[in-house]
Structures are given as C-alpha cells and as structure tokens.
Design a protein around this ligand. Structure first.
Ligand SMILES: Cc1ncc(COP(=O)(O)O)c(C=O)c1O
Length: 467
C-alpha cells in the first residue's frame, strides 16, 4: 500500500487522531531536529523530548536576572526562592492536588523520591510491604529497607498474556495488612508492558489499612493524574519523562498526613531549623523542607514550570489520544505480520488492544522457525536504521521474568552457582536461562510521535519477515 493510502486507512480506524493534528504542527515547529537528523525516537518511557521553546524560555530567564542560593534572604536568593516556590505551586496545580492535603518535595528523579519513602517509612516487624511483580527496580529496592527492619514483603503476581493482576485475588492480598504500618506500591502504568493498573486500587488498599505509593513515572507523561479524584499517600515521578528538560529533577508528592509518619534517618543542610554540635541535637524543619537535602536544583526548577506550562498548552488529553491512536496502529500491524509460512513475527507482552494501557509496547521478534531473534540483534539493526528503541528488561525484572517465563526455581539455582554470591552479570544470566530470551524489545510513544515514526518502525519490522 502507498503511504498516503496507509495514512487514510489509519485515519479510518482511528478517526480521533484528527483532533490531535496540532501536534503535527508542533513537531515541525518545536521538535524539527528529529526530522532534520532523520531520527525515529521510540524511547519516551526512557525519556521525553523537550520543545525548542522550553530551552529558549529557560535560557532567557537565566540571562535576564541574577539568582543566588535560595537558603538565604538576600535579593538574589529571594529571586530564586520566588521561582522555585512558583514551580512547587505549579506542580500541585498541574496534578490538581490541594495544597491543604499535599506537598511537593523536589528530588533528583523518581528513584530519589522512592528512596525517600523507603528509608523513612516506619517499617517494623509488624509491618508489611506489598508490591506488584510489575515494578521498576527503584520500587523493588524499597524491600531492602522493609526487610532490614523486619517487615514482611509480599509480591503480587501479574499474569500473561495481558500482564495484569488477577482482580479476584486482590482482596486476599490487601487482607495481609499487619497491625503496624503497611505500604502498598504499584505503577500506574508499567514501564515494561504499558499496562495501566487501576487507580481504583488506591481507595481499596487504603480502606484496608495500607498507605499507597503510586509510581507515576511512566504514567504521567501521557495521562492525566488528578489528585482531587485519586488520593494516594505518595506519588513519585521524574520531570524529564514528561517534557524532556530539565533532567535531574523529580518529585515526591506526599499527603501531609502520610508525610508526618515518615522518620528521616539523618539530617542535612536545609532540612533542619537548628542543629548543634556541642548540644548534640537537631530539629527537623516542617513539611517538604525536612526532605530536601542540601541545596535544591534551584536553577532548573523554573524549567519545570516552563515544561508543565508547555504540556498544558497542548493538553494532556490531546497527548493521550494521539499516543492511544498510534499505539493501536502499531500493535495491530505488528500482530498482523506473519512469515510466509504463517508463523507470527512478534510475541507481545501486554494487552493487545488500547484498553487500559499506555504507549509502551514490548515484544520479542521470532524468525520463521519460531525461534526468538536475540533482542540485541534487533537493537543493532534498529540503531543502523536510526531508530531509538530499548532492549533488555528495562529495570523491571518482575515484568521480565513473567513475560519471558523465567521461574523462581531457575533463578535461585542460577544465583546459587559458585562465585555468584559475589558477582553476577547479565551474561551469567543469559547462560542460566539458556534457550529462553533474556530480554525483550520496547517501543514507546510520546507527545512528539507522529504517524511517520510508527510507519518507519513498521517498515523496519517488515524487513525481519521470512528470516
Ligand atoms: C515506572 C518507572 N518508575 C520509576 C522509574 C525511575 O525513574 P528515574 O530513573 O528517573 O529515577 C522509571 C524509569 O524509567 C520508570 O519507568
């Protein structure tokens, strides 16, 4: 089919794409470097892309004034404080979070926000840490804080092919709440499969005595998170995933009541009202200040507000709809690709429709004899075609283990082998799971994605047929 006809077919199957046309114009104006350099960018779950104007606005702001360290009260310090508090306020506004209920704590990234919760949560032997198999390693890592303080840790499995949690089993997991403080963590959208786990779980878990940590890092870039409708105790995210620039800033959005439970394991510059050497005492500051160690990223915080305003000028719903349409087209076409002998080219890990899923599509490619093509080979070929996709397990080992059928028994045997108690590499892992894929290929779409990107990728995939 000619490209024009293909586009017509796409519009017929996804008519709402028309309503997102403004993003085609924006791509030409603000993201021209993609086409100028011939890039097909398919790693928005790894990192978003910034509009040229975000950079111009930020540079103008920095060059028009003088900004000092905000931990002071001189004029340049006050200028920084003014901008940074503006950004803090804007984050609350963007997520529709009431300042009476929530605070924003700036962190270096989503992982920094997760670590703040993990190290400060009042885990005891009477606590439970419950989490989905499908989680980023920075959520998995909280189990080490929980275990060190004697808390029970339970993983809730997801099942193939959709990689969702069995809803009928959910309550039996929520019934595991112990007498102490209990924390339940899950991603609003999986960075492995694109599944959107229900936000309704927040109320259900809270009603059964859990504090809820919602990992919104992969969800927030293309979905509205309305904190007047949903009331998680903690939300973590990274701003570069939403609008590309700046890197190095994320946040923890915390309910004030939940924040009051947290005990910081140390104090640092900026987190105290008073600390004394000879008196051997310190007094933590109130609210977010107690959680922001040292000097905040004060020159970059204004760029967070610029980025959020940029997203608002487009509309999260418009971005969402565009990504939904393009994802549907990508999945439908990949699924339809068959070798001449009838065998499918791809195996998809995650929902085959756009129902309750985002624009992250993870697959493995298979040759005509139904043997998996190594994901590293796919990446090499994609690189040669100037297509940026991602391979491996994307820091989501639980998702990977379920998708690739790697069992707990296999992994335990593998980790028990001599030498592995000290050192373990991805190559050791490949030897252990001989015959199974050790990773997958992930394409993820975002606000600057267009139809041509998806078509170029599909042409690339077609080139793998009949091998
Ligand atoms: C779902 C999810 N959570 C957490 C993170 C961690 O984000 P960061 O690396 O910015 O700390 C990521 C990053 O890819 C993610 O996709």
């Amino acid at each position: 089919m000619m490209t024009g006809q293909t586009y017509e077919a796409f519009l017929q199957s996804h008519p709402s794409f028309e309503s997102t046309r403004a993003l085609d114009d924006l791509r030409v104006r603000e993201y021209a470097r993609l086409d100028r350099l011939g890039h097909v960018y398919l790693d928005y779950t790894g990192g978003g892309l910034y509009a040229d104007s975000q950079i111009r606005k930020h540079m103008a702001l920095l060059t028009e004034s003088v900004y000092g360290n905000p931990h002071s009260s001189n004029p340049t310090s006050i200028a920084s404080t003014h901008l940074d508090e503006g950004a803090r306020h804007y984050v609350l506004r963007f997520f529709n979070a009431s300042p009476d209920d929530y605070v924003v704590i700036f962190t270096p990234n989503a992982s920094g926000a997760l670590k703040l919760v993990g190290e400060s949560y009042p885990f005891t032997k009477d606590s439970h840490y419950l989490l989905t198999f499908d989680n980023h390693n920075s959520v998995n890592g909280i189990r080490e804080f929980a275990r060190a303080r004697g808390a029970a840790v339970t993983y809730m499995p997801v099942t193939l092919p959709d990689m969702r949690v069995e809803e009928s089993e959910l309550d039996s997991y929520f019934d595991l709440a112990n007498g102490g403080d209990n924390l339940f963590a899950y991603p609003a959208q999986s960075n492995f499969s694109g599944v959107q786990h229900p936000l309704e779980w927040i109320d259900r878990a809270r009603a059964k005595g859990w504090d809820v940590l919602l990992d919104a890092a992969a969800f927030a870039p293309t979905n509205r998170l309305d904190l007047s409708r949903w009331h998680p105790d903690f939300v973590d995210l990274s701003f570069y995933k939403i609008f590309g620039y700046p890197t190095g800033v994320g946040c923890l959005i915390a309910r004030k009541s939940a924040l009051a439970k947290l005990h910081r394991p140390w104090f640092a510059g900026g987190t105290i009202t008073v600390a004394s050497v000879q008196g051997d005492r310190f007094y933590l500051a109130e609210g977010e200040a107690a959680f922001e160690d040292g000097t905040i990223n004060y020159l970059n915080l204004p760029a967070v507000e610029i980025g959020l305003r940029h997203i608002e000028s487009i509309g999260v719903e418009t971005i969402h709809e565009r990504v939904r349409c393009l994802t549907g087209w990508m999945i439908g076409n990949l699924f339809a690709m068959r070798h001449d002998n009838g065998n499918r080219l791809v195996r998809l890990y995650g929902p085959p429709s756009v129902d309750r899923r985002g624009g992250t599509v993870t697959v493995n490619f298979y040759d005509q004899h139904d043997r998996a093509i190594d994901h590293r080979e796919i990446e090499r070929q994609a690189n040669a075609a100037n297509i940026s996709l991602r391979t491996g397990c994307f820091c989501n080992p639980g998702g990977g283990e379920i998708a690739l059928g790697i069992t707990g028994g296999e992994l335990s045997a593998c980790f028990r082998q001599p030498g592995h108690e000290i050192r373990f590499s991805i190559d050791d892992f490949r030897v252990c799971v001989d015959g199974k894929s050790s990773g997958a290929v992930r394409m993820s779409l975002g606000l600057a994605s267009n139809f041509a990107d998806v078509e170029r990728f599909l042409q690339f995939a077609k080139g793998l047929l009949n091998r």
